[in-house]
Design a protein around this ligand. Structure first.
Ligand code: SF4
Ligand code: SF3
Length: 546
């Protein structure tokens, strides 16, 4: 295996024996083979699209397949074997549909589009030769993988939107085009860089689509105080990002005597009007994903993982963890939808009834719900505070949290920020500072949480609105600094989206991605002023222009 897609890649270069995340080598290889199979389908599916054939079936399989390979989503070998079989079968169906309408496929000769096997042993054999290292040139490899990781993040958001009935053909078209482009040895580095930038455009589009899906379905997030203590009823903990799953679970638990709590990236569910009305929706339990090994233990009840981030479960709570959607882990119960797309969570609810109520690990409240609609409704107040000098600078500290001790930097950074600064956050990075008492500026909290990582879109909308209000020509003239923490591939698409919107001088930490070759990193530094982080003191001086 060779995997370097996340921030915790072994030795800062790549995992080769087993993932730091716990991903076994055979699963890593099969993930590579699944991506390869999705490239294969895309050759024909792109042609089918040109011919006006309905491509939705393959588009959806491609999106789900990409999502399954995101860090900490799926560790289940059998699921990858089955999905590769599905992909090969569908590849042939799409090919036939093209031929049937007289389309030419004689130019489609790449091995990804032509290889075939239906045996698991041969999959494993094949999977060893189609991974990241199959591209020898380090810079081409870096650009191809940067693009693929952007697509993985894009696919995750596209899947959530799809689950709410929202799709964007432009996004699907780009994913297909980009997948095929990563097999094209004739493309120059400049052409690949252009595709990476275009990926950012579709990153903005997919986040806008998901924002529309979420807010049209559940209402606009509102300022909300979220309880972080517990009640005395048995309960279910929901983690991951999928709001449709969350809605179904919340409805099915109504009146059962079982409470519902959020964990990690599901915290922003509390901000939506549709969910807030349920009295058995009690609070948020715990912190970001990587603390689940302790927090799932003390929760006592069953846990539903709707997306990443799943940590290989400990024996002490393994029998209480359920997965759904793109998530998987051998031996855990996986909930699948029925023919109408509805999921039956009764098994989890019955399980909860037999469990003790959660052990309280903290008490108090955290405040969030500062997505674009709320912040723009406060725009006058915010603009006045900036004009009067009460707010000197905003810090976008969105992104991911992770295990590494070096991420304590973000807690220290938040604590050290001057009192006249405001943090704009989204994603699980917030857990590094959302329980600190950072106060407010004239009633505006100093940490404004927009929501999940995809709600970084809200932060961009807010920035663009401020640019308009202050009549600036360039988004970079705003008093906003970007100090972003990344871990997995959703952060990659968020980053590419910000670059597409013209944001410069983004600082990325705790380390720069292992998949950026020296030359590709140089392009990002020279063109966009991307930088890493050093230490709180020096970075604070740099950001505050001292
Ligand atoms: Fe390693 Fe990250 Fe890949 Fe897991 S996802 S194998 S930790 S690089
Ligand atoms: Fe977090 Fe995994 Fe990335 Fe959605 S849940 S931000 S790390």
């Amino acid at each position: 295996m060779f995997c370097f897609q996340c921030q915790e890649a072994a030795k800062g270069t790549g995992c080769t024996l087993r993932g730091v995340c716990g991903k076994p080598a055979d699963v890593a290889n099969l993930q590579d083979l699944l991506i390869y199979s999705l490239k294969g389908i895309s050759f024909y599916n792109n042609r089918a699209r040109e011919l006006g054939i309905d491509t939705k079936k393959a588009d959806r399989l491609i999106v789900e397949g990409l999502f399954m390979t995101i860090t900490n989503a799926n560790f289940d070998k059998a699921r990858f074997v089955a999905r590769i079989k599905d992909a090969l079968k569908l590849r042939d169906e799409v090919k036939e549909s093209v031929v049937k309408v007289g389309g030419s496929i004689s130019d489609i000769t790449h091995d990804a589009a032509t290889w075939f096997s239906d045996s698991e042993e041969l999959f494993e054999e094949k999977s060893r030769y189609v991974g990241v290292l199959a591209t020898e040139n380090e810079d081409v490899r870096s650009l191809r993988e940067l693009l693929i990781y952007g697509l993985k993040g894009m696919a995750a958001y596209a899947e959530h939107a799809l689950n709410l009935g929202y799709e964007d053909d432009g996004v699907y078209t780009f994913i297909g085009k980009a997948l095929v482009a990563t097999t094209d040895n004739t493309l120059s580095a400049d052409e690949l860089v252009a595709l990476v930038m275009e990926c950012g455009k579709y990153g903005v589009d997919v986040m806008a689509l998901l924002d529309k899906a979420n807010t049209s379905t559940y209402g606009h997030p509102e300022i909300t105080s979220v309880n972080i203590g517990v009640k005395n009823n048995p309960a279910i903990l929901v983690s991951g990002h999928d709001l449709k799953d969350f809605e179904q679970l919340l409805e099915q638990t109504e009146g059962t005597g079982v409470d519902v709590y959020t964990h990690g990236e599901m915290l922003p569910a509390h901000y939506y009007p549709s969910f807030k009305k349920h009295s058995h929706f009690v609070g948020n339990y715990g912190n970001a994903w990587w603390k689940q090994d302790k927090e799932f233990d003390s929760f006592n009840g069953p846990i539903l993982l709707t997306t990443n981030c799943l940590v290989p479960p400990k024996d002490s709570y393994r029998d209480r963890v359920y997965t759904t959607g793109a998530v998987g882990f051998e031996g855990l119960t996986h909930i699948v939808p029925d023919a109408n797309g509805e999921k039956d969570f009764s098994q989890i609810i019955e399980h909860a009834k037999k469990c003790a109520s959660p052990i309280e690990i903290e008490t108090g409240e955290i405040v969030g719900g500062f997505a674009h609609n709320t912040v723009l409704s406060l725009a006058d107040k915010v603009v006045d505070a900036v004009k009067s000098g009460a707010i000197k600078r905003f810090f976008v500290m969105a992104g991911c949290d992770g295990r590494m001790k070096s991420r304590d930097y973000y807690t220290e950074f938040a604590k050290t920020l001057p009192q006249d600064t405001v943090i704009l956050t989204a994603g699980c990075a917030k857990y590094k500072y959302n329980k600190l008492e950072l106060g407010d500026i004239g009633g505006i909290p100093r940490v404004l949480d927009a929501g999940q990582c995809n709600d970084s879109y809200s932060l961009a909308v807010i920035a663009l609105k401020l640019k308009e209000v202050f009549e600036l020509n360039d988004i970079n003239e705003l008093p906003i600094s970007y100090n972003i923490a990344w871990y997995e591939q959703k952060a990659v698409i968020v980053l590419l989206a910000l670059l597409y919107l013209g944001v410069k001088n983004i600082h990325l930490g705790p380390t720069l991605p292992a998949f950026l070759s020296a030359n590709v990193a140089k392009v990002l530094v020279d063109t966009f002023g991307i930088g890493g982080i050093t230490n709180v003191e020096d970075d604070m001086k740099m950001f505050m222009g001292a």
